[in-house]
Write a protein of this length. Sequence first.
Length: 60
Amino acid sequence: MGRLAFPSLIAQALAPSAGALLIERQGADATMAVLTVFAALNVVLIAVLWAMCRSQHARE
């Protein structure tokens, strides 16, 4: 479980500092744009995983 959780925990630990640095260097608008891109990417990746799981179950 630790190996699976490690990348997520590292990302969660770095996120506040990275967000603060991004706000300081680029401003709030750029930070919101970056967060929007990450959210959209997350939705796309979930849709791909969902489609892969559906196709795998359809073959069974």
